[in-house]
Design a protein around this ligand. Structure first.
Ligand code: RIB
Ligand code: CA
Length: 310
């Protein structure tokens, strides 16, 4: 199976990418960046930093600079103005690949038809445009593993909406309605699987360059989590989606449901509707992950942080 990671790094994206590359790096065709946590220039620079940090020759393609309809939103309050906790990490020496992320996705899906999955960690703008530009890829993408949306209507960006969907609801609606099978890790499951101070301390102890670099960026998010919730620890949402894609056994509880995205509404724009009602002739389009194995995910992540670049 081949993979493309679509991402808006982002501290939790960094955790996801480090882990996915440590376990599946040889199967990753490329990383595509998108607006999101911070602007596209920062998300692209951070993606280049991560492939360089992991010592892997994986191309990074720049994607959409803004959502389909609304102006871009950012999450600098949690990720810092540079998207990596304002840790002032050294600039990458790698450069972005030529060509647009959307064209790279379309081209690689055709080349690996039926044997390619996407791991999406940010707003779904690139994926939506790829689907709109060449509808035939809907039949060739095996599955999309994504961190997106909510399962009980408890949003993080608005009361009803999670950031990746909130920032581009039209794009999410296109992807959810495309017919491509999706496995969704929603916001509430990420909060339920929050790393406590014990895991944070384990991360801080790792002596590798990968571990020290991530820990430096993570501190910003740990401080913000304590300040905003009073809880010690950190929620690394995207890491759950990456681990579910690497080893589905980390998903302890899931259900097949129909998921749709609300694009109207004053309070509900960006809400992900979950219809799991039995015997209603509902055709599920998503595996919704409602419970994950925190200790297994922590072990996978700590092992990945121990990755030594030769
Ligand atoms: O709501 C959390 C999601 O939005 C994560 O993917 C985080 O990185 C941001 O993109
Ligand atoms: Ca993200």
């Amino acid at each position: 199976m081949k993979w493309i990671i679509d991402t808006d790094p982002g501290i939790d994206d960094a955790a996801a990418i480090i882990t996915f590359l440590a376990y599946r790096g040889e199967d990753v065709l490329g990383i595509t960046t998108v607006h999101g946590n911070v602007g596209i220039e920062h998300t692209t620079k951070n993606a280049l930093r991560l492939v360089e940090l992991m010592g892997m020759d994986i191309p990074v393609y720049k994607g959409l600079t803004q959502p389909l309809l609304q102006p871009p939103a950012t999450a600098t309050a949690f990720h810092g103005s540079d998207g990596f906790g304002d840790a002032h990490l050294p600039d990458p020496t790698r450069t972005v690949a030529c060509g647009h992320a959307v064209d790279f996705i379309i081209d690689q899906v055709h080349r690996h038809a039926g044997d390619i999955c996407l791991l999406t960690l940010g707003p779904l703008s690139n994926i939506a445009v790829a689907l709109a530009k060449d509808r035939s890829i809907t039949r060739e993408i095996r599955e999309i593993y994504m961190m997106a949306g909510t399962c009980r209507g408890r949003g993080n960006t608005t009361a009803a909406s999670e950031f990746n969907v909130y920032t581009d609801p039209e794009a999410a609606a296109i992807v959810f309605a495309s017919g491509v099978p999706i496995t969704v890790v929603p916001w509430e499951t990420c909060v339920d699987t929050m790393f406590g101070p014990d895991v944070v301390e384990e991360i801080r102890k790792i002596e590798t360059t990968v571990g020290r670099t991530f820990a430096k960026a993570m501190e910003f998010a740990v401080k913000k989590t304590l300040a905003s919730t009073g809880r010690e620890g950190v929620v690394l949402c995207d890491l759950l989606a990456a681990c579910a894609a690497i080893d589905p056994s980390v998903v302890l509880e899931s259900e097949k449901v129909l998921m749709r995205v609300e694009t109207g509404g004053v309070y509900s724009r960006g809400f992900t509707m979950v219809d799991g009602r039995p015997n209603r002739g509902v055709q599920p389009n998503a595996v919704l992950c409602t419970g994950c194995d925190r200790s297994k995910i922590a072990s996978m992540f700590l092992a990945a942080l121990g990755h030594k670049t030769n």
